[in-house]
Design a protein around this ligand. Structure first.
Ligand SMILES: NC(=O)C1=CN([C@@H]2O[C@H](COP(=O)(O)OP(=O)(O)OC[C@H]3O[C@@H](n4cnc5c(N)ncnc54)[C@H](OP(=O)(O)O)[C@@H]3O)[C@@H](O)[C@H]2O)C=CC1
Ligand SMILES: O=C(O)CCC(=O)C(=O)O
Length: 238
């Protein structure tokens, strides 16, 4: 089943609706042939937040194994798109302190913790990260090696490599992006005792809720968002 990467949900929805429509012209109404559809055409509630929510559940589960929790831990996040912004919001809701964050437009930090809802409002009103008043601008090259408990790369693949891995200070890395840690970095980080949670689990929330979309389509039924989130939590923790 096809899916877009690194695109806005508006474009993903439009494309998936087009594929669904074209297929249905030849085979009759067939919503289950494609996921990532707009809600009105059989998309699932909760899919928009699903990857970031799954990242939060995975982080919570990993920290618990080490006797820690999101609340009271510090977080650095690269990428403030679909995955990064949802992960940041949900971590903030759980009492986690997001102390540094960056996208292409800028990189910012606030030792006391960034007010993520205020940053979302600023971004949704068209503002860039670098112009946000609740944090100071920092050099983008310092983000991945910034002091923190948990580092969440939520942008591109291969961002952690042999150049920067020796300087990483995080104790935990959650691979929210696809393959953000290259094999050389993996080896360096493991020797340093950094715990790296692999992408195949950490960012599985998206594909799990896409599976739920297919399940709902073949059942001819739509789940409440609470049920989607509850089932996602169950799958991420099983
Ligand atoms: N969305 C999903 O459901 C899933 C996504 N993934 C993976 O998660 C990652 C993020 O995807 P998603 O959030 O959907 O993508 P988006 O396009 O929504 O967001 C990507 C973010 O990364 C930022 N970014 C891009 N390049 C850089 C860079 N060089 N330095 C800092 N920030 C950068 C972008 O900044 P700007 O906005 O300024 O361009 C944007 O904030 C990808 O690796 C994707 O494959 C994995 C599973 C599911
Ligand atoms: O929703 C999907 O089917 C795929 C999600 C995704 O983008 C990924 O797992 O990389």
């Amino acid at each position: 089943i096809p899916i877009f990467q690194l695109q806005t949900w508006e474009l993903i929805h439009r494309t998936m609706a087009w594929i669904f429509d074209e297929y249905s012209k030849f085979h009759g109404h067939s919503p289950a042939v494609v996921t990532g559809k707009p809600i009105d055409l059989g998309g699932s509630l909760g899919r928009d937040a699903a990857t970031g929510r799954g990242v939060m559940y995975a982080t919570e589960a990993l920290l618990a194994e080490y006797g820690k929790s999101i609340s009271g831990s510090t977080f650095v996040i690269q990428g403030f798109g679909n995955v990064g912004s949802w992960a940041a919001q949900l971590i903030h809701e759980k009492g986690g302190k997001v102390i540094a964050l960056g996208d292409v437009s800028g990189t910012i930090r606030n030792k006391a913790g960034i007010d993520v809802p205020a940053l979302m409002k600023h971004r949704n009103e068209g503002g860039q990260l670098k112009d946000f008043h609740g944090a100071e601008v920092m050099d983008a090259s310092e983000l991945l090696v910034h002091e923190c408990d948990v580092l969440l790369p939520c942008a591109l693949g291969g961002v952690l490599n042999r150049e920067n891995a020796p300087d990483v200070k995080a104790k935990f890395i959650i691979e929210a992006a696809n393959h953000p840690t290259d094999p050389e970095a993996d080896e360096i980080l493991t020797k340093k005792g950094v715990v790296v949670l692999p992408d195949i689990y950490a960012n599985a929330g998206g594909v799990i809720v896409s599976y739920f979309e297919w399940v709902q389509n073949i059942q001819g039924f739509m789940w409440e968002e609470e049920k989607v989130n509850m089932e996602l939590h169950k799958y991420m923790n099983s």
